[in-house]
Design a protein. Sequence first.
Length: 192
Amino acid sequence: MASCLLERRPSAIPTRDKGNKSNGERKTIRNSKSGEFKQYLETGRLEVNDTKQKGMQKIKVKIGWSGNNYSCVADDAALNGIVVVTNKTVQGLKNDFNESLQFHIEGCLEAGDKLPEWLVAGDYEIEYITEISALLHSLDGILTRSAIARVSGINVQQIGHYAAGIRTPRPLQRNRIVNAIHNISKELASVM
């Protein structure tokens, strides 16, 4: 969501959330077609999430490697559930996810569950977030892990642990791996 922060002083009469009167947090939440407003007493900050500016909502889907398959999970609150898919290929996974998501939406509507209008109307885009384990497996047969290790400066055994899902890289390590892959592809592209 597009987000902008506006500095604002809280009013002299704080109103507290009815659920928890002991904290000093002031909540002002207004849902409208133009966005959502939140105001916090401690910081005096007003946060505006404007959905009109963006146009389409995003559904974030995590792609990972599980056993012998790629897997993806979408657990967005707007979905009113979780959609999970596995497949042998990334492209097959994405195709299956689209079908499963449509099946999930149709099932929710038949059951009488309330879903956001943008979801029912198909006014959304899917953002795939690829975990390092899936990324490394997608490059098998194309790029060796030892080449990635040499360019990234990360031990090849550690890269193997990331690929197997035994360990999850910190954001800095993930960036080093992705940058190494980009650098290798640039070198390959420059060869004529």
